[in-house]
Design a protein around this ligand. Structure first.
Ligand SMILES: C[S@@+](CC[C@H](N)C(=O)[O-])C[C@H]1O[C@@H](n2cnc3c(N)ncnc32)[C@H](O)[C@@H]1O
Length: 273
């Protein structure tokens, strides 16, 4: 093995290690949030789809918290993610939990399905796609992948959110964001620094340092992230251009309409007619 392939293997191992640590952390810290989001998803399936939702696709499933959760609740599930390490973590988790989910590596902007699914999820991902053409391509392909009467559920972080979060304009203008999570057997610290911010196009570039302290040592990972700060109107417009006509926006995964204008998360439910 030459130096280059040695180095490549080291990087791949680090990334596998990063995602498996992250998956471990997520399973322990986001249980309640995920349960709430799953209840919300089942509510919108019942309320917005014109027929019973059975077949569900998650186009960026990560380590599988939504798609595995839905499989546990009896749905026929397919999950895909661009990052192979994430898919492998999701597969291991599905095996451990004894739940059947089809899991594949795949790009959310290169979906090949046609009239196949009753519901398609694109959660916590649109703002990470490389540019707006990719976002529109993803929405168009989701539209094509849906059966008539089926629904797409996607969400964006609200840049006008006034609290502390890595996507808020407040943190971006501040220049950095710090977060610490403790779960049994692990301390997870992330320190994110704004590398650049383009206020005209609504794009921020973050440089992230993740420190994971576990009994076998301290692991440090560096990452870069491009974050598109979408507004409500932009997402609504792209969904309409993609072909969706019935679109409803929920605030912060809440079923009840809220008057709170500066929600943290905007969740769009769009039906293909
Ligand atoms: C913040 S995570 C969200 C994962 C999952 N939806 C959740 O809510 O836990 C974003 C995920 O999007 C994936 N991703 C980024 N770009 C993608 C693309 N073009 N196609 C598919 N997945 C993508 C990443 O690999 C990562 O797993």
């Amino acid at each position: 093995m030459n130096h280059l392939s040695d180095a490549r293997e080291t990087v791949l191992k680090a990334s596998r290690s990063y995602y498996s640590h992250l998956g471990y952390c997520e399973e322990r810290t986001r249980t309640e949030t995920t349960k709430h989001e799953l209840d919300f998803l089942e509510f919108v399936f019942r309320t917005h789809a014109t027929h019973k939702v059975r077949d569900v696709l998650d186009v960026a499933c990560g380590s599988g918290r939504h798609i595995l959760g839905l499989a546990h609740r009896g749905y026929k599930c397919t999950g895909q993610d661009y990052t192979l390490d994430q898919v492998q973590i999701a597969k291991a988790r599905a095996k451990r939990e004894g739940v059947s989910v089809k899991l594949l590596q795949g790009d959310a902007t290169k979906l090949k399905y046609e009239s196949k699914f009753d519901a398609v999820l694109a959660l916590y991902v649109l703002f990470l796609l490389p540019d707006d053409d990719c976002v529109l391509a993803c929405m168009r392909q989701v539209y094509r992948a849906l059966k008539s009467g089926g629904i797409m559920v996607c969400n964006i972080a609200n840049p006008f959110y006034e609290g502390e979060n890595w996507f808020s304009l407040k943190s971006i203008q501040h220049g950095h964001y710090f977060n610490e999570i403790r779960v049994p057997g692990m301390r997870y610290i992330s320190f994110d620094r704004v590398q650049d911010f383009d206020p005209l196009h609504g794009v921020a570039w973050w440089q992230e340092t993740h420190v994971i302290e576990v009994p076998d040592g301290v692991h440090i990972f560096l990452e870069h992230e491009r974050l598109r700060l979408f507004t409500y109107w932009e997402v609504l417009h792209y969904l309409q251009v993609a072909g969706f006509k019935k679109i409803k926006c929920y605030l912060d995964w809440k079923i009840k309409p809220s008057r709170k204008p500066k929600a943290e998360w905007l969740v769009f439910v769009s039906r293909k007619d």
